[in-house]
Design a protein around this ligand. Structure first.
Ligand code: PGA
Length: 252
């Protein structure tokens, strides 16, 4: 089964409502001719509604950058999956390295978030990746495997098959230092093999695995040409319509 590439823009803590709406409109216009790539924009919570309005009627989908694992309750400052769903959110990034690093997000929490997302028909983009220190110590495979096992443990196979994993080496995020296509492919293949072992080969074959970390129009095509790379999670380059569209249109 051919996997449709999925390119998601992770805007992080950028873009107030008016800027977000403008950028989303520009992305819609600049990507309108590309029908063989799934496109997702993940603005901050406060700009979700503005972006939803701007992408209405287009192929561009709405994503969020985090959610809570409970559906409601006394969790000051948190946002629930039903709240996101109500705004038209179809994807949620969970376990981003910035959330692991600054907000102590654990594999166990990510696993619970995935379950809640599945219960509401929202697709998780589950992020994993090693730090520079871990890579230099030769621990990449071990670290990424532990994250994948912890994040996916006990989840329903059919939902995992329809999910997205983003492999983002922490040393490549926002640094301008991209993993080579060989480095990325090696880890992507490892993740797919592990998912085949944990679930079935069919689940692994259906699951889409994005690469993230300094993806730009200049390196998108080469990364995407790898057999196990099914798209990209884009930070910095997603903040300008021209560069984001350059990545979405990597095949053009
Ligand atoms: P970057 O960020 O493209 O700016 O490296 C990627 C990410 O953090 O998702």
């Amino acid at each position: 089964m051919a996997r449709m590439p999925i390119i998601a823009g992770n805007w992080k803590m950028h873009n107030k409502r008016a800027e977000a709406e403008q950028l989303a409109r520009e992305v819609v216009a600049a990507t309108a001719a590309t029908t063989d790539v799934e496109i997702v924009l993940c603005p901050p919570f406060t700009s979700l509604e503005a972006v939803a309005k701007a992408i209405a009627g287009s192929r561009v989908k709405l994503g969020a950058q985090n959610c809570h694992f409970e559906e409601k309750g006394a969790f000051t400052g948190e946002v629930s999956v039903p709240m996101l769903k109500e705004l038209g959110v179809e994807y949620v990034i969970i376990g981003h390295s910035e959330r692991r690093q600054y907000f102590a997000e654990t594999d166990a929490a990510i696993n619970r978030k995935a379950q809640t997302l599945y219960a509401h028909g929202v697709t998780p983009i589950i992020c994993v990746g090693e730090t520079l220190e871990e890579r230099e110590a030769g621990r990449t495979a071990e670290v990424v495997s532990t994250q994948v096992r912890g994040c996916l443990a006990g989840l329903p196979a059919d939902k995992v098959a329809a999910s997205v994993i983003a492999y983002e080496p922490v040393w490549a995020i926002g640094t301008g230092r991209t993993a080579t296509k060989e480095q990325a492919q090696e880890v992507h293949a490892l993740i797919r093999k592990l998912v085949a072992e944990m679930f079935t080969p069919d689940v692994a074959a259906a699951l889409r695995i994005q690469y993230g970390g300094s993806v730009k129009p200049e390196n998108a095509r080469e990364l995407m040409s790898q057999p196990d790379i099914d798209g990209a999670l884009v930070g910095g380059a997603s903040l300008k319509a021209e560069s984001f569209a350059g990545i979405v249109n990597f095949n053009k």
